[in-house]
Write a protein that binds this ligand. Structure first.
Ligand SMILES: [Zn+2]
Length: 266
């Protein structure tokens, strides 16, 4: 039953990828910045601050959102600690991770993570790259991270682990170019996140609230799983069907409204 659902999901992703490629091709000549919903930029700034407040980002890591009108562009801050990001620091990029307007600002060296995932995942509207501390051990251990509770049901039966050594040999561990980022995007496949061995994770979602919620609860799930393993005994993880049903339900809207209220200054 699950494999049928998976095949249907895969077909849907393939079809949307073809349609998406056609729409990107028609927009590829469009390099000028196009009008953006100011609310989207405000939410992106809030997402930066929320992820710091919730312990997912520190001085490093970044969050982006796809352009609301041009799917071949996305928004990401210039190279700053996420807590310091304001609306004035948000830049528009194309899918080669080149800023649409020339800038002298420093750019995140790992911005290619965003562009390469947006290229191949039309369903993805927002991406977080983090060094989420409790998740790191599961990227280096043979023990897989699994969906322990409903709030992180998107983990499903487990998440892929990207080992940069397989893609680029012995590097400085950073995803510094489009080749390494394309390999990361291949590891991600059609999942909601990919762990990065010895580094962190890339989390994707259909909106900023979803990607922020997934990032926060991925961190918490990792912490809880380590605690459950310390207790010992047999751990009962979510059944794949339970995980699927819980994932379909959760848009993290209530949590997002709370988190946003806490970080947005009145
Ligand atoms: Zn990183």
């Amino acid at each position: 039953m699950r494999s049928n659902q998976f095949r249907r999901g895969t077909l849907a992703v393939l079809l949307s990828t073809v349609l998406f490629s056609m729409s990107v091709a028609s927009l590829s000549a469009q390099q000028e910045p196009s009008s953006v919903d100011p609310e989207l930029i405000a939410d992106l700034v809030a997402a930066n601050h929320i992820l710091v407040a919730e312990g997912v980002l520190d001085g490093y890591g970044h969050v982006s959102v796809r352009h609301n009108r041009n799917p071949s562009h996305f928004f990401l801050a210039s190279s700053l600690a996420p807590q310091l990001v304001t609306a004035n620091d948000i830049l528009e990029f194309d899918l080669d991770s080149t800023p649409v307007e020339s800038t002298t600002r420093a750019l995140y060296s790992e911005r290619f993570i965003h562009s390469e995932i947006y290229k191949v995942r039309p369903d993805v509207k927002a991406i977080v790259h983090n060094h989420s501390p409790s998740v790191i051990p599961f990227g280096v251990s043979s023990v897989p991270l699994k969906a322990l509770y409903h709030m992180a049901a998107f983990i499903g039966e487990g998440l892929p682990v990207f080992d940069i050594r397989n893609a680029g040999g012995l590097t400085d561990m950073l995803v510094r170019n489009s080749e390494l980022a394309a390999a990361l995007a291949r590891s991600l496949g059609n999942q909601g996140a990919v762990l990065m061995r010895g580094h962190g994770a890339a989390v994707v979602g259909s909106s900023l609230p979803v990607v922020v919620g997934r990032s926060v609860y991925l961190e918490i799930n990792a912490r809880l799983q380590a605690q459950a393993m310390t207790i010992g005994g047999t751990i009962t993880y979510l059944h794949p069907e339970e995980a699927r049903k819980a994932t379909d339900l959760d848009d993290y809207k209530r949590a997002w409204d709370l988190w946003k209220r806490k970080v947005v200054k009145k």
